[in-house]
Design a protein around this ligand. Sequence first.
Ligand code: HEM
Length: 510
Amino acid sequence: MHLNLIFFALEFSFLLFFCMLVVIALIILSCQIMIIIKMLLPGRRNRNQESTADDVPPGSRGLPLIGETIQFVAAINSSKGFYDFVQTRCLRYGNCFKTNIFGQTHVFFSSTETAKLLLKNDSGKFTKRYLRSIAQLVGDQSLLCASPDHHKLIRHRLNNLFTTKSLSLFIKQFDELTITTLSDWDQDGGTVVVLKEALKITFKAMCKMLMSFESGEEVEMMEKDVADVCKAMLAFPLKLPWTRFYKGLQARKRIMKTLEKIITLRRSGLDACNEDFLQYLVTEDKEDSANETLRLTDTEIQDNILTMIIAGQDTTASAITWMVKYLSENQEVLDAVKIEQLKLAEQLTSTKSSFLTLQDLNNMPYASKVVKESLRMASVVAWFPRLVLQDCEIEGYKIKKGWNVNIVARSIHFDPMVYNDPNKFNPSRFDDYDSKPYSFLAFGMGGRTCLGLNMAKAMMLVFLHRLITTYKWKVIDSDSSVEKRAMFSRLKSGCPIHVTRIPPEDVKSA
Ligand code: HEM
């Protein structure tokens, strides 16, 4: 009898537990069905319809705990990329929507007014924030991850490096590198992958400018290591020997060791004849030795040299690749830019100038517009994340301290209210363009504007000039898919082209 009671109690509690499980499963299922129905409902809703009583931005918080992380990661892992995640929700909720990714609330905005508010940040209510895993890879002394005050100090120091004098020297070095790289192309059976070539040139250019690091095994090793650090940036931060994240951290360690060695050599005065960024930082350090707070430590220098290589190499190489693709799809634009560049090539030959100068680049009005239009359409850095430091109101919505707010540069670049016929590659749109403030965000705006924007534009112009005046070329894979899991928007195909060298005597008629 006693045993029977125990069995009955056990059976009853098992039944109760089973019923509870069924009820929980049903609740989760119905929530998911509601979310799916909501997602499938046709039509774009406007802001007023969707905003709730407490004026929280519209959007779906997704599943408990994980929110919409799966959808976000799926977009990054697809050939449509991050923008697909944003675009789907913009169509559903309008230009502002809220979601939950990796357990954090994110609000996305796509208006120039909000871009000004967040990026100019007069109110001081926002700060830049990267994922912790990115800080581990670029280093917590990097200006990308530094606290606002620390950021000001490092930015001031680095800003001094981007003078007209260093830009002029950089243009010559970059041109030399481009000429050398392009001269090898013929040996490759006439086919090259633009992204691969551009990554090679931009990496070498960055290393030369920063620390006169030019060729050899160490440079090749570092190039591979930097690529591994970049690959790890969007990887799941799991430190196990076979993970991308772990490999990225190991690559960072090796890069830091090499940089440490170079800095020690410079400080010892044994390798002081270089005119590069590192020499400037080390020398300034000495001059400021009386003022400890102004000096950059070795770790700060190391983290920021790595930051500049990462910020400058991949972005510029991707932009160059997109530019070649857009030109190949727009014959009229290509013809117009050819006329300008071939005329300049003739002038260079007549003045016996071997390399392009800053003045030459200033004499490329049409190519400069081609560069700008390529940057608009490619939107290599598609969105800018900021952390909210104080409760505030944006576009009529209540935004809470601790939330992440993001400006989607790409949406602004493709907004028909901002750019007429935005899907058309039309450099002439910048002819007498009365630009709306905060409408061109390829390099960001405000206190975190890209430090290397002039160098980036110069690299694109030099590459364009040398490609057009050295080769006749044709894109052989027109696929527009973007690379999976890339930090910056990169063409998956890398843009392979078939090239035929233009004989020097034919440059005029090419
Ligand atoms: C086409 C090429 C490039 C593009 C599209 C680009 C784009 C950007 C953007 C959009 C930002 C601001 C991000 C934000 O506000 O959240 C930025 C920041 C930055 N960029 Fe670039 N960049 C390019 C090339 C370069 C180059 C060549 C360098 C270095 C030589 C460089 C160094 C930096 C640095 C150091 C920052 C951080 C500034 C700060 O946080 O204060 N970039 N870049």
